[in-house]
Ligand binder design. Sequence first.
Ligand SMILES: Cc1cc2nc3c(=O)[nH]c(=O)nc-3n(C[C@H](O)[C@H](O)[C@H](O)COP(=O)(O)OP(=O)(O)OC[C@H]3O[C@@H](n4cnc5c(N)ncnc54)[C@H](O)[C@@H]3O)c2cc1C
Length: 383
Amino acid sequence: MDLTETEDEKSFRAEARQWLQANVPATPLPSFDTAEGFELHRQWEGLLFEAGWSAVSWPVEYGGRGADYLKWLIFEEEYWRSGAPGRVSQNGIFLLGPTIIEVGTEAQKARYLPAMASSREIWAQAWSEPDAGSDLASIRSKGRLSDDGTEWILDGQKTWASRAAWADWCFGIFRTDPESIRHRGLTFILIPLDTPGITVRPIAQLDGDAGFAEIFFDDVHVPVANTLGEPGKGWNVAMAAAGFERGVSLRSPARFNVAVDRLIELWKQVGDLDDDTMRDAVTDLWMQAEGYKLHTAMTVTKLLEGGHIGSESSLNKIFWSEMDVRAHELALQLLGPGAERTDGPYESWVDGFLFSLSGPIYAGTNEIQRNIIADRVLNLPRA
Ligand SMILES: Cc1cc2nc3c(=O)[nH]c(=O)nc-3n(C[C@H](O)[C@H](O)[C@H](O)COP(=O)(O)OP(=O)(O)OC[C@H]3O[C@@H](n4cnc5c(N)ncnc54)[C@H](O)[C@@H]3O)c2cc1C
């Protein structure tokens, strides 16, 4: 792994930096967990797409830039350093999109990917159910074929679907073989959220914004052509998507490098620089962020050499989510009673802290990731 940038990579970085400097909104957009913020983020995504920066690592014919993963990492560094808005389209571009590229038909790639890249269609993930979160294989939402075999008829309830309050489509897994149990007999289906029979009920998150929604399916008809992968093999498709979610694409290192740089600035502004304990804690965080960056470069090198990321993506997920919580805890410690102020150096740390608490839960809880590591990475015997 040689981390020296080639001339081509240097000019790619310069181009990205220049575009971002010229186009990133001067004032932060309202949260994309509000109706107004969601649409403003959609417009921003449209601007990114027009300039070819929306789905940097996708093939050009599907709305991407055709860049390799190393360039994508460079773009991510420039993106987060520029203070650009969070990606409202992340479920599509970083999770479902790569899965469609891997297992979708040519017709599905042509139908879904360009609309996803431009954020004309924004996607929500409809997997969790009230009694099936960690144990996803126990989902009860059902699908059955119509008499003429052309449609799935869906019934059931999903919950915690991020951004579903305003999204256009969702991707879900449904039990389509009533005789099946656990991971078998599930089908991965793509569903427009305005289909008759769907009710979307927003759920307010800790900060009061409707960050999630419940989705109710009541006799919902969708074409069988909306099946991703083989009917009955939806678990494999979902696990491929989960690998993208826990692996490199959802949380690239730059986001944490930027957060830790902000933490260091905060420490310089409000911290007691003679306090060795805090100095060590901040330094440790900086090393963790650098370590994650180098580890990701190693993973990307493996991917570029034709390798795959398997269960080891669970290691990533634990590492970045715990690092994020730690960074925000230290920031609040530094801010002390000022932590709830929203001006100057205080801005946004509390919001960031509240969101960081969800990192060890979403994309599969860290307890479950530890089980996966014990079982499939370390091959430890089951209890
Ligand atoms: C911010 C956020 C965004 C989310 N977005 C989405 C989304 O877009 N789409 C979607 O489908 N879902 C989403 N989720 C839901 C998320 O995937 C689930 O919350 C998660 O999988 C845990 O499921 P659960 O909430 O049902 O908790 P449970 O499964 O009930 O778990 C409760 C606790 O028990 C522990 N536990 C459970 N089983 C085991 C075990 N076998 N071994 C050890 N510990 C165990 C868990 O780790 C957890 O601490 C989101 C969640 C959050 C917080």
